[in-house]
Design a protein around this ligand. Sequence first.
Ligand SMILES: Cc1ncc(COP(=O)(O)O)c(C=O)c1O
Length: 347
Amino acid sequence: MPVISTPHAFNEGQLYVDLEPTLGCSLYLKCEGFNFAGSIKLKAAVEMVEAAERDGLLMPGSVLVESSSGNLGVALSMIAASKGYRFLCVTDSRCNLSTRLLMEALGSEVHVIADLDANGGFLGARIDYVRALCASDERYVWLSQYTNQGNWQAHYRRTAPEIARQFPQLDVLFVGAGTTGTLMGCARYFREWHRPVRVVAVDAVGSVSFGGEPGRRMIPGLGMSMRPPLLDESFVDEVIKVEEADTIRICHRLARRGFLFGGSTGTVVSGAMDWLARRGGDGLTAVAIAPDLGERYLDTIYQSTWLEDLYGAQILDPDGGAPAGPAEPEPLPRTTIRRRDALSDPS
Ligand SMILES: Cc1ncc(COP(=O)(O)O)c(C=O)c1O
């Protein structure tokens, strides 16, 4: 019986979904959403906070500040509340409303940036805002997930060894790329492993992490509007880019089978299914990482008005391009709720 006294002491690391019966694809999905912060970012948050404490950067009276599209913000809110620090999260209008409310419920202050930066994203504007805060008062401590080595080290020490223990015959690993902390930690670990593993990065179309043209991205988690400072492409074997419409279709197919995952899981699974179909993946041991669960996306990815406004009425058309899987029951009419203004930023 696990008994804990701090919220970050619990983090389920051994749960996998076999997607064969659900999507007809030989792929194991590592679930990272079963902890009190609800996402994989708990690992990075713990690593970065503990390192800052060890280094004497973070001390009683410090105010943590971080730029986050949500999940790291929730994890830091939880840790800050548990350890008695104040935390200010700088996010943007793509952050889910429920994620924002969650941070506030945990006692954090949330500042929302609504203006796009010169790259057509929010990241530059969020970082400028954090820098200005830090310059204004020395009590602010910015962990900087985009450059902090603890971000990838968390996955080198924990996520990758967890996978290696369960899948000693692993052939291919699919990892979504945001800050690339998860990707770089896993890629570095498996580069040193006893057998070759193909590490495939999955990114969103419109992200410039691996080059390419910037474009509209409405689903938080994956993708960047600048090159991720932690990224070293020499550790990455391949990159796949996924359209948001494909992400959404996979999220809904999984949900119709009872698995409610977050948006980035849809992206990673869509990319992995495509890759495995092209490569004839039968016989390969393949794992993908699911960074969070779906409840935080009920008013976006799982809300029909939001979907139709942004992607058109055909987005969930069963013939809309999703690869074939087991037959699914006929859908009932969907609830329509007006989209919230804070989430309506279209570009
Ligand atoms: C839902 C979700 N998926 C994926 C990622 C990407 O993880 P990483 O920053 O380690 O690349 C994030 C990061 O915030 C996330 O919130």
